[in-house]
Design a protein around this ligand. Structure first.
Ligand code: FES
Ligand code: FE2
Length: 417
């Protein structure tokens, strides 16, 4: 599928229907997704608390871009391409660590300070200008304890997203949390199938017995208020108003282009957390989250790479990154208050069992969905206007972004011809 084919297919697509087959399977569409989405947008990387001290770093990759995210001497979050400026050796191989004051390339020992400047080399001659060979920077921003990076030369605006979500996250003081547990799975399905599956709870009652103990399958939870949804929105409005009055924001907010959204949702019944019992998994609270009153779940989505839950006792982040047209890496992290002690204040089984089970169930759904779509008989099918409004939001954002970016490029090519 050429860019022109993709543009034509997207422009002709039937709204509120799933995408044409190549968008879920073809290597060409995957390349378009990398070039026009993952290499252009802000991508969720990890957490401030994972690099609390100068010299702390973690690494990850967005498509072919290997990236180092670290904290510098001044305490700022930095990101650089993980490629030595001598002959391109991958500078850091570990997933995380601390380099004290310098990154040293293991190949020929060029060393870089925590801001990426080339600090020391050997035998490069008198006229070698080290200032021209610093690590290439990657845009990095941190909001509420969540770090995003962008590998584009010019990053999209981050300020509106920051202004929207900061008030929701700030009360939980998530920079002073710690990752209690994390794990990575690789799902055999296109990243958009992973995201679509997450963006609806139409499938929840049939697939997620653990999650459904505490989390509402009502469309409002995945999409915000939905016309025609007969779930108890009055109850939700009262709940949100109660917490807004106490300084914990909760209103549903969505970006103009659908790229991100946030809201506070009550759990089902008396549940207070995402555990099998509905009771908190951790005896301590995040930030100034209330000790006993039930402040529900703050849900944040940011396309193309993350969805998140923040409760009074723990938070969950999900980072979704494509590995190929048909493979997606999902990294899940559980954050708890920094001073919570495993075995005393929480146990990992209670903390992680609901979402470990839910992730496994979702992986099976995504993989079987991918298998079904591979059939030549597949054709796009209609989304539910009530239960899959969140999927429609996501697909509209994806198609709108791709059409705008491919269209812009096509115009430039035409102008250059
Ligand atoms: S490639 Fe890094 S020092 Fe040579
Ligand atoms: Fe699910």
């Amino acid at each position: 599928m050429t860019p022109a084919d993709a543009l034509r297919t997207l422009r002709a697509r039937r709204r509120n229907y799933s995408l044409a087959q190549p968008f879920y399977h073809s290597a060409e569409a995957y390349k378009l997704d990398l070039a026009n989405i993952f290499y252009r947008d802000w991508i969720f990387a990890g957490h401030d608390c994972e690099i609390a001290n100068p010299g702390d770093y973690f690494t990850f990759s967005i498509g072919d871009y290997a990236i180092i995210v670290n904290r510098d001497e001044a305490g700022r979050v930095r990101a650089h391409h993980n490629s030595c400026r001598h002959r391109g050796y991958k500078l850091c191989d570990a997933a995380k660590g601390n380099v004290k004051r310098r990154f040293v390339c293991p190949y020929h020992q060029w060393s870089y300070d925590l801001d990426g400047n080339l600090a020391r080399t050997r035998g490069m001659g008198d006229d070698f200008d080290a200032s021209k060979f610093g690590l290439k920077p990657v845009h990095a921003e941190s909001v509420g304890g969540w770090i995003f990076v962008c590998v584009a030369d010019t990053a999209p605006d981050f300020a509106a997203f920051r202004a929207t979500i900061e008030p929701y996250f700030a009360p939980y003081d998530l920079t002073n949390a710690k990752v209690a547990f994390e794990y990575r799975i690789v799902e055999k399905g296109n990243w958009k199938l992973v995201m679509e599956n997450n963006r609806e709870c139409y499938h929840c009652s049939g697939s997620h017995p653990e999650l459904c103990r505490v989390f509402p399958e009502a469309p409002v939870a995945t999409a915000g208020p939905v016309a025609g949804d007969d779930s108890d929105t009055g109850h939700i409005a009262d709940f949100v108003a109660h917490w807004e009055a106490k300084g914990l924001p909760g209103q549903f907010k969505i970006a103009d282009n659908n790229q991100y959204r946030i809201m506070r949702m009550p759990f089902l019944g008396e549940a207070r957390s995402m555990t099998m019992s509905g009771e908190p998994a951790v005896t301590k609270r995040l930030g100034r989250a209330p000790a006993t009153e039930n402040c529900g779940d703050v849900l944040l989505y940011h396309y193309p790479s993350t969805w998140n839950h923040v409760t009074a006792d723990h938070a969950l982040s999900f980072r979704c990154l494509p590995l190929s047209a048909t493979e997606t890496e999902l990294t899940t992290k559980w954050l708890v208050p920094k001073d919570a002690v495993e075995g005393r204040d929480y146990d990992l089984q209670t903390l992680t069992e609901v979402w470990k089970a839910t992730n496994a169930q979702d992986m099976a759904l995504v993989e079987r969905n991918a298998e079904g779509i591979r059939s030549p008989a597949y054709e796009p099918g209609p989304y539910s206007p009530i239960h899959e409004t969140g999927v429609i939001q996501f697909v509209d954002w994806y198609c709108g972004s791709l059409v705008e970016r491919l269209g812009g490029r096509t115009k430039k090519l035409q102008a250059a011809e």
